[in-house]
Ligand binder design. Structure first.
Ligand SMILES: [Zn+2]
Ligand SMILES: [Zn+2]
Length: 331
């Protein structure tokens, strides 16, 4: 019995050691600067002096890029991670035109400044909505840069997911490993990224300060649970999403080129851990949980469409009755 217990304890010890070795300790995380004043667009964009693209160096190997709300009301965030061999760009934003949005040129100069060749650039996405991939064409034109598609078969093939949406795969950048975690629910082929070097978790539109647009509630809940399980034993410095859609009073900026008094971009590990309960409380249509707005956009649009059609039909009947009455009165 004692020998059996010792054997189990020895095995448990080995598992714990392996677990410890495979997880970065909090103290080892590369530090970075986060409180950032993001450019907020303008009421009159014609007079807006802010550049189309804001670049914030989180540290010397990690850059946060943000498209100005005047260039696109979506004002998405993109992330550039530099390793010793490869550079990884997560998302390409909402603006295709390189003159209006010099994204590839900016990324290329950051990559080259780090001593990496242009061909070392790997362009990936959190998901396939156009506001996260409109700049792809700028990178396709760069010699040697690889742009991964956003269809489910592109994502599973390139990252070699054999049991989508289960499993976590790694992208090696050279002295820097990034975990890729399937997080469908907002979009069928959505993934999140966890950078072991900085402890940053890039959540795209799966989790952001604003609307959580949930197209498939069951898939989204399963993703939230998988992520919570993955992240629980790991250090997370910040959770960084694809947009800021709220001001500090909790009002949304939908379709607006002016984003005064924005909430911070960064969320916390606890916010990720709380996500399963929030998604589980979603009624499948529309709701609010704390600062988040939860919405099935397709259903909301369908409901609005139905209301508009009903109003048009009612107006048509009203008009017909009015014409009929006038004709009878004229006789
Ligand atoms: Zn999206
Ligand atoms: Zn988006």
């Amino acid at each position: 019995m004692l020998i059996a217990c010792l054997s189990v304890m020895r095995r448990a010890g080995l598992v714990l050691t392996l677990l410890f070795l495979s997880l970065p300790a909090s103290a080892q995380l590369a530090a970075g600067s986060m409180p950032v004043k993001w450019n907020e667009g303008a009421e009159d964009c014609q007079k807006n002096p802010q550049p189309p693209l804001q670049v914030h160096p989180y540290n010397s190997q990690t850059f946060i890029l943000r498209e100005n709300p005047c260039a696109t009301y979506e004002a998405p965030f993109m992330y550039l991670l530099l390793g010793s061999r490869r550079a990884l760009l997560i998302d390409t934003g909402a603006v295709a035109d390189p003159h209006a949005m010099p994204l590839a040129q900016t990324v290329q100069s950051l990559v080259q400044r780090a001593g990496l060749p242009a061909r070392s650039l790997l362009v990936v996405h959190t998901h396939g909505h156009l506001d996260h991939r409109a700049g792809d064409g700028q990178f396709v034109a760069l010699p040697g840069a690889e742009v991964v598609g956003t269809k489910l078969k592109d994502v599973t093939h390139r990252f070699q997911f054999n049991d989508w949406p289960n499993g976590v795969v790694q992208v090696e950048l050279g002295s820097r490993t990034v975990d890729v975690i399937p997080t469908p629910g907002h979009y069928p082929s959505e993934v999140s990224y966890y950078d072991r070097s900085t402890g940053l978790f890039f959540s795209g539109d799966f989790l952001l300060p604003g609307r959580l647009l949930i197209a498939d509630a069951a898939a989204d809940l399963a993703s939230a649970r998988r992520v919570a399980q993955f992240i629980a034993p790991r250090p997370v410095s910040y959770v960084l999403g694809g947009h800021i859609e709220l001001d500090r009073a909790g009002h949304t900026f939908l379709g607006d080129h002016n984003h005064p008094n924005e909430r911070p971009l960064q969320l916390t590990k606890q916010d990720l851990m709380d996500l399963p309960a929030i998604v589980a409380s979603f009624n499948g249509f529309y709701g609010r949980s704390g600062d988040y707005v939860l919405e099935n956009q397709n259903r909301v649009l369908m409901a609005l469409g139905t209301v508009v059609i009903a109003l048009l039909v009612a107006a048509g009947f009203g008009l017909r009755a009015y014409v009929h009455r006038n004709r009878r009165a004229a006789r």
